[in-house]
Design a protein around this ligand. Sequence first.
Ligand SMILES: Nc1nc2c(ncn2[C@@H]2O[C@H](COP(=O)(O)OP(=O)(O)OP(=O)(O)O)[C@@H](O)[C@H]2O)c(=O)[nH]1
Ligand SMILES: [Zn+2]
Length: 381
Amino acid sequence: MHFPTTEHRTLDAHAPENPLTRYGWDEGFAADFAPYSARGLVPARVVRVDRGRCEVATADGGGTTTVPASFGAVSTHDPLRRVCTGDWAALDPRPADGAGASVEALLPRRTAFVRSASSKRSDAQVMAANADLAVVAVSLSDDPDTGRLERFLALAWESGAQPLLVLTKSDLVADAHHLVADAAEAAPGVPVFAVSSETGEGLDVLTAALAGSTAVLIGRSGAGKSTLVNALVGEEVQQVQATRDADGKGRHTTTRRELLLLPGGGALIDTPGLRGVGLWEAGAGVEQVFSEIVELAGDCRFHDCGHVAEPGCVVLAAVEEGVLPQRRLDSYRKLLRENARIAARTDARLRAEQRRVWKQRTALGREIQERKRGGSPRRER
Ligand SMILES: Nc1nc2c(ncn2[C@@H]2O[C@H](COP(=O)(O)OP(=O)(O)OP(=O)(O)O)[C@@H](O)[C@H]2O)c(=O)[nH]1
Ligand SMILES: [Zn+2]
């Protein structure tokens, strides 16, 4: 049978698929969105944030729209509440005042990949929202740095997404098998893939693992992330992207921290190479990375055992018996300490913020008192 393409569409018995399904829209998000639908708002996925503007994909038309990244009545200084790539936004497509479309609210994030913005400051930075998978890319050609891998995995777990470990550049090593085994030891509960973007080895398996999910790709600079993204996205999608540009020029470079659709299904959020990653309140993530130690620790005599020299310490016994590598225990302690330091810094920041709010309130209180006494307020608020 042969149908002309247009007729084929109208004859199709199935309801047309919501274009946002490709972007990860599902029943759960639809349920969260119901109150916004009632207000005439439409769902949109943030595919890119850049200098106060964000690019969003909506259900109508094949393209994306650029709207201001700020939202809500109150502008917030809390970085965790800023629009970020992967967010689901409630968009007002046609505000009454005739202004352009705007973001009115964000759906609650299922997951958030957060790191501290710099090692010196206690700022959090959300790199990606609503990723189902957190793909940690590590090059097989680099000297293995298990400590760094464990740190990346702690962040990945902490995001709430399921971590995957992708060992890149497999074409550069003769025997990847033992390297894969070493990495797997540091990554309990994490599926491990060895791939080469050069030869294509392992890409089909990875493509299948990513299908139907939103994944965020993280890893240090030079790990081969861009090359992997290009290999996974392929020529075809780049062209689709190019033709949908309004000016018809198209983009030929991959913009970092952009949500890209994969031809095999699913979406991928690329992030810029992280020279180092600071943990951000990653206590739960650290416990996940060292789940075998946490499990052992449940049998230590003291429930607050530090696994240093305590009697009846099952963790130390496991090291003694050669079941648990000493390196793993050292690494665990190191990341716990680092996380505690960051938590303390965050507390200090919160205290400072509370002081500021308290000062404002006192000033406001004074103003009200003065007004009651008939004095004029000292400043407009
Ligand atoms: N042989 C080989 N080289 C690769 C492979 N993947 C990436 N490379 C090379 O590794 C280098 C770094 O790759 P990129 O893709 O730029 O790494 P990146 O992780 O995106 O780095 P940043 O952009 O700094 O975050 C480049 O010279 C790539 O050509 C691979 O599978 N095999
Ligand atoms: Zn112990």
